[in-house]
Design a protein around this ligand. Structure first.
Ligand code: PMT
Length: 321
């Protein structure tokens, strides 16, 4: 990991609202109660000792209007989260997959966001039914068998906005808390650092007749702090750190570890994230995980290596608890 040649000083601490104030001033998502019941039942249905992981995936939106036409979004497609969820399932985990609606989903990701859509894989069978086109049959059958084998241990919950995500993250973390070290929180979603408080939002679509648009956005409180200290203090917590400036990556990841006191930060750079990441812990040098372009082209996802290493560390953590 390259060290900072020109490390930027951390900005002076500004007044940021605390997480409780954020929850007091924002509306919970419509699916909160239903998600609560589904996650509680899912956790209760797992056999004793089975490890559980919450995988968050995709980007949060920040609405610009209460009747939302426009919003601020980010690049995340949910590749990291959906591929990781598959790896955790293969490793024997029960997976709660908290994902941005319409982003990539485990197993199905191979069949969406491509040039081919679902109908391109199918054909009428001439007897009033449908079949898979011969050229895709082997692949579809193998993926379908894998999905069928593992899907009973997968629960999907969707979010769209930043507020949806944060309410659901808190709810699910609180439900996982009693399972303690048996559970992992794997926070791969790309979460907005800025938002417009609901009382400052335009009620209706912002009109272009008013000329240029200037946005004032407030800083979102860091939710890792209450998550680690209050919501799920005994769980194994893995956060992600994304930067575009290589010089900032390690200092920022170390800062997060020191500040929030959780277990691992997976550090990645926007443009190399698909083949290179670093795992950071408080007491060791960064652990580089890297795959070659050739491996990538042959379908090896780096999430296989990330998840294998985290499963190993989670076992150590759980057995010491
Ligand atoms: O989906 P892909 O296209 O595959 O991309 C994967 C990814 C690059 C999005 C993923 O690997 C990744 O790095 N996710 C985290 C991106 C991110 O939010 O980084 P950050 O540096 O802004 O935040 C760091 C951590 O703080 C995150 O774990 C986040 O959950 C947490 N956070 C962020 C904002 C906030 N208000 N409160 C938080 O606690």
């Amino acid at each position: 990991m390259s060290t900072a040649s020109k490390t930027q000083a951390a900005p002076a601490e500004r007044k940021v609202i605390d997480p409780d104030t954020y929850f007091d001033h924002n509306q919970p998502p419509a699916n909160l109660q239903q998600a609560h019941s589904a996650v509680a039942a899912f956790i209760g249905a797992q056999e004793a000792g089975r490890p559980i992981v919450l995988v968050t995936s995709g980007g949060t939106t920040v609405p610009l209007e209460n009747n939302t036409v426009r919003f601020v979004d980010n690049f995340s497609a949910g590749t990291r989260g959906s591929s990781s969820a598959e790896q955790f399932l293969e490793a024997g985990y029960a997976v709660v997959f908290l994902y941005r609606e319409h982003s990539l989903q485990p197993f199905n990701r191979q069949y969406s966001h491509r040039t081919e859509g679902l109908l391109d894989y199918l054909q009428p069978d001439g007897r009033g039914g449908i079949s898979v086109r011969p050229e895709y049959k082997e692949r579809v059958l193998s993926d379908l068998n894998r999905y069928e084998q593992l899907r009973a241990r997968l629960l999907k919950v969707s979010f769209t906005t930043l507020a949806d995500y944060l309410f659901l993250l808190r709810e699910i973390s609180l439900l996982l808390a009693p399972t303690g070290a048996r559970s992992m929180l794997y926070l791969a979603a790309a979460v907005s650092d800025f938002f417009i408080p609901s009382h400052s939002l335009a009620e209706h679509k912002i009109q272009s007749a008013g000329g240029d648009l200037t946005l004032h956005m407030n800083q979102v409180p860091k939710f890792l702090r209450p998550l680690v200290k209050v919501w799920a203090p005994a769980c194994f917590v893995v956060s992600f750190k994304l930067e575009t400036d290589p010089g900032l990556l390690e200092p920022k990841a170390r800062h997060a570890l020191d500040k929030y006191g959780h277990h691992v930060v997976v550090a990645n750079l926007l443009h190399t994230r698909k083949w290179q990441v670093w795992l950071l812990t408080r007491d060791a040098d960064p652990c580089l995980l890297q795959i070659s372009q050739d491996q990538l082209l042959r379908g090896h996802d780096i999430e296989q290596d990330i998840v294998a290493e985290l499963v190993r560390r989670h076992k150590v953590h759980a057995s010491a608890a």
